[in-house]
Design a protein around this ligand. Structure first.
Ligand SMILES: Nc1ncnc2c1ncn2[C@@H]1O[C@H](COP(=O)(O)OP(=O)(O)O)[C@@H](O)[C@H]1O
Ligand SMILES: [Mg+2]
Length: 250
């Protein structure tokens, strides 16, 4: 195992409805790295990210956070683990009946036991970090998709995560709103946040990914630096896939 890994998974497998969805997935991410997960729809990217967070408990395999093996049967350990692993979903997963600042503050109160006033103060700081100071009192219905996703990112940041998992964070957005969310993620990357992100934003991946991981049929097929996997003339599955994506995108 990579001793410098913040997060390491080893041999994660999962069957759903009798079908193998994840087949022995192993990966490591070091501090400050951004690993980008790509692959066709149905490859298992969402299942993998949710298995890492144990929202979908893997059938087998091990998960290590800072070298420490997670005992998934230990509820307390699992809660502590989840509090340190942020998760960003395609469809934001905000509470519609709570304002932006309450969406960010609620986990601080419930998970951290922070007093309400301190939680709201921290929520304001995190909303400012994603450029949403003035939106703090607004409800999800009053926000654009890009703003909602930035609230979700602020909520994850408020927990001081050791790593953030992002599942196609811009794919539910209108094209003109993609940039503002990618820009926040770019700032996190330059600030040294450790992240694993499923995305089809290949220009972003090429510019910012420490490594790209290509996934197909539940397996991690290729891993490497974008400059290597996407090099002109490189005979890689990753490059094939990106060329096809580009053709579909016009
Ligand atoms: N609850 C489930 N029961 C059965 N099959 C599922 C379930 N959830 C996902 N799948 C299947 O798992 C495969 C991988 O899905 P997913 O992880 O969403 O892929 P991706 O995010 O790469 O598009 C798909 O074939 C999907 O149909
Ligand atoms: Mg998915």
């Amino acid at each position: 195992m990579d001793q410098q890994a913040v997060l390491h998974i080893e041999g994660i497998s999962k069957k759903l409805g009798g079908k193998t969805i994840l087949d022995g997935c192993s990966l490591s991410v070091r501090r400050g790295e951004l690993k980008v997960l790509i692959g066709p729809s149905g490859a298992g990217k969402s299942t993998l990210l949710q298995s890492i967070n144990c929202l979908i408990p893997p059938d087998s395999g091990e998960i290590y956070l800072e070298g420490e093996r997670l005992d998934r049967a230990d509820r307390t350990a699992l809660c502590a683990f989840r509090a340190q692993v942020g998760m960003i979903f395609q469809d934001f997963n905000l509470f519609d009946h709570l304002s932006a600042r309450e969406n960010v503050a609620i986990a601080l109160r419930k998970v951290r036991g922070m007093p309400a006033a301190a939680a709201l103060e921290r929520a304001h700081e995190e909303l400012a970090r994603v450029g949403l100071s003035r939106h703090a009192p607004l409800y999800p219905a009053q926000l654009s998709g890009g703003q909602k996703q930035r609230v979700a990112i602020a909520r994850a940041l408020a927990m001081d995560p050791k790593v953030i998992l992002l599942d196609e964070p811009t794919s539910a957005l209108d094209p003109e709103l993609v940039g503002e969310v990618l820009s926040v993620i770019r700032d996190l990357a330059s600030g040294g946040m450790t992240m694993i992100m499923a995305t089809h934003q290949m220009d972003f991946a090429r510019a910012l990914a420490s490594e790209i991981i290509f996934m197909e049929r539940g397996r991690l097929i290729e891993q490497g630096a974008p400059a290597y996997l996407l090099a002109e003339g490189a005979n890689t599955r990753t490059r094939d896939f990106c060329l096809r994506l580009a053709e579909m995108g016009g």
